[in-house]
Design a protein around this ligand. Structure first.
Ligand SMILES: Cc1ncc(COP(=O)(O)O)c(C=O)c1O
Length: 392
C-alpha cells in the first residue's frame, strides 16, 4: 500500500520558520504530479485495485488527500501529533467534548463563545454532563470549582468578546495533578501567535472559518491533539458523526493558511492602532484589548503569546450611540463572525449573545452600549475614518 504518507519528509520541514511552514504545509507540493497547488480531490470514493489492495484511500469521510494535507499541516503548526478537519468550528468543539461521559464534570470559561455555551446548556445537559462556567483568568476561582468528577477544562483565551486571558500553563499544571484534560479554543490567536499544546494543553480546537481560512468564504473546524489514544477518539467522532470537512473547503483553508503570517501581522498592527484611537475618543467609555499594557492580564499575554491578534470590543456612552455606529459604518461591515480580511462589527447583545441569560450577559459587561470589532486587513486609516464618521 502506497499512500501520500509515504512521501512525507517532515524532518526537512521541522527546521523551517513559522512563515515558511505556513506556506509549505505538510506535503506542500502534490508528489505524484508535482502540482504546486495541492489539488482538490473532489471525490466521494476511491477505486480499489483488488481485494485488500487499495492505494490507502477508500471513502472521503474516512480519508482524502486534500483533507489529510490540511490535517497534517495543522498538526505541524500546533506542534501536535494528529489533526482533524471538521465541517465547522462547532463540530470541532463537539469533537473535543465527545470524550466526556455521563456523570463527568466540565469547567468552561465564563465568557465562552455563545455556541459553546449553548452546547453546554443543551447537548451536554441532556447527556448528564455537569458544567460550571468559571472566570479562568482567576486561578483561585478555578481551583474552588474543581470537583472529584471534573474531567475537562475548556479554555478560550483571549475570550470573546470580553478579552479576558487565561494562563494556559498554570491551568495545565493544576489540571495535570488531578488528571484533568485541558482543551483550548485557539481560534482568536491561531498557532501563529499562541501554541497551547506546547504550554501543556491536550487538545486544541479552532473555528477554521475565522483567521485560518481568513477570507469569510467558508465554514471549517479543526482539532489537534498530542496523544494518539485521544486522537483515535477524535477520529471516531469524525467518522461516525459524519462531521468531515468537504475537500473544497479543506483546500480553501489550506490556501488561507499560506498567508496567515502576513494577515495576522496586519490584523495585529491595525488592531493596535484602532484600539489606541478608540481609547482617546470622547464617546468611547472603555476599550477591551489584550495589547494594552494596563490590561489586567497583560503579563500572562506577554508570557504565552507572540502577538495580540485582531479583536477588540468597546463600550460607548449610550445605547443610541451604539446603534448609530452599527447603522452608520460604511466600509466596516455589520456582520457576525470574525477573523477575515474584511473588518466586521457586531452588536453582541443581539447578534452573538441573545441566548445568554440577561443577568449572565450583564455581569460579563455585554450591555446595550457594547460593540465588538474584528479588525480586518484594510488600511488602518480607513478603518479609523469610518469609525470616526460613525461615532459623530
Ligand atoms: C471562538 C469560537 N469558537 C468556535 C466557533 C464556532 O465556529 P463555526 O462558526 O465555524 O462553527 C466560533 C464561531 O464564531 C468562535 O468564535
Amino acid at each position: 500500500m502506497k499512500n501520500f504518507t509515504n512521501y512525507v519528509d517532515y524532518d526537512k520541514k521541522e527546521n523551517l520558520k513559522m512563515g515558511s511552514k505556513l506556506v509549505h504545509g505538510a506535503l506542500g507540493t502534490e508528489p505524484l504530479t508535482g502540482s504546486v497547488s495541492f489539488p482538490i480531490f473532489q471525490t466521494a470514493t476511491f477505486r480499489f485495485r483488488g481485494l485488500e489492495d487499495s492505494l490507502g484511500y477508500d471513502y472521503t469521510r474516512c480519508q482524502n488527500p486534500t483533507i489529510e494535507e490540511l490535517e497534517r499541516t495543522m498538526a505541524i503548526l500546533e506542534e501536535g501529533t494528529e489533526g482533524f478537519a471538521l465541517s465547522s468550528g462547532m463540530a470541532a468543539v463537539m469533537c473535543a467534548l465527545s470524550i466526556l461521559k455521563p456523570g463527568d464534570h466540565l469547567i468552561l470559561s465564563d465568557d465562552i463563545y455563545g455556541g459553546t455555551y449553548e452546547i453546554a446548556l443543551t447537548t451536554l445537559a441532556e447527556n448528564k454532563i455537569e458544567t460550571t462556567f468559571v472566570d479562568l483568568s482567576d486561578l483561585e476561582e478555578l481551583k474552588e470549582n474543581i470537583k472529584s468528577n471534573t474531567k475537562m477544562i475548556f479554555i478560550e483565551t483571549p475570550t470573546n468578546p470580553m478579552m479576558k486571558v487565561a494562563d494556559i500553563a498554570e491551568i495545565c499544571k493544576i489540571a495535570k495533578e488531578k488528571d484533568i484534560v485541558v482543551a483550548v479554543d485557539n481560534t482568536l490567536l491561531t498557532p501563529y501567535y499562541q501554541k497551547p499544546l506546547t504550554l501543556g494543553a491536550d487538545i486544541v480546537v479552532h473555528s477554521g472559518t475565522k483567521y485560518l481560512e481568513g477570507h469569510n468564504d467558508t465554514i471549517a473546524g479543526m482539532v489537534v491533539v498530542k496523544d494518539k489514544e485521544m486522537g483515535q477518539a477524535m477520529r471516531n467522532f469524525l467518522k461516525y458523526q459524519g462531521a468531515c470537512l468537504a475537500p473544497l473547503n479543506a483546500w480553501l483553508t489550506l490556501r488561507g493558511i499560506k498567508t496567515l503570517e502576513i494577515r495576522m501581522q496586519r490584523h495585529n498592527e491595525n488592531t493596535r492602532k484602532v484600539a489606541n484611537w478608540l481609547r482617546a475618543h470622547p464617546k468611547v467609555k472603555k476599550v477591551y484589548y489584550v495589547g494594552f499594557e494596563d490590561h489586567p492580564n497583560y503579563e500572562v499575554t506577554k508570557k504565552q503569546t507572540t502577538g495580540f491578534g485582531g479583536m477588540l470590543s468597546f463600550e460607548v456612552d449610550s445605547e443610541e450611540t451604539a446603534k448609530k455606529v452599527i447603522d452608520k459604518v460604511d466600509m466596516i461591515i455589520f456582520a457576525g463572525s470574525l477573523g477575515g480580511v474584511e473588518s466586521l462589527i457586531t452588536y453582541p447583545m443581539i447578534v452573538t449573545h441573545h441566548e445568554v441569560p440577561v443577568e449572565v450577559r450583564e455581569k460579563l459587561g455585554i450591555n446595550e452600549r457594547f460593540l465588538r470589532l474584528s479588525v480586518g486587513i484594510e488600511d488602518a486609516d480607513d478603518i479609523i475614518a469610518d469609525l470616526e464618521q460613525a461615532l459623530q
